[in-house]
Design a protein around this ligand. Sequence first.
Ligand SMILES: [Zn+2]
Ligand SMILES: [Zn+2]
Ligand SMILES: [Zn+2]
Length: 144
Amino acid sequence: MSADLYLSILKNKGYKLTPKRKAVIELFLQENRILAPRDVYRQLEKQIHPLGFPTVYRILEEFSLAGILIPVLSDERLLSYALCRRPQEHHHHFICHSCQRVEDVDYCGIAGAQETIEKKLGCRIDTHLFQLEGICSDCLKNKR
Ligand SMILES: [Zn+2]
Ligand SMILES: [Zn+2]
Ligand SMILES: [Zn+2]
């Protein structure tokens, strides 16, 4: 997994490939886990000066809108982020609240219902969020 895929997606969406944006992608690739904004800030401030906390927040939000990062609410209802492994394919995610693992889910619960809902509301649906959360199979086994 390299940063190039993510950087090309950002470029296509009109984002400038700044050293800060690149560093955020590299960090998520390297850490391979869910990161809170403060984790990202602490790692990045070692290599980038000056760096403001609002900048980190802004980049994380941008990447989430671009479909590169998956927003995950922690138990304390704080927003953290995980890197999406296949940002170009439509899929969803399962998040384990015990080990923080993110698994891809190749099932779209809403696809079939979309047309029905559009007719009912008289609207056009462009996008949707569908996130599954719980305890993964490994964690369930360990609890027994
Ligand atoms: Zn994904
Ligand atoms: Zn787990
Ligand atoms: Zn879907």
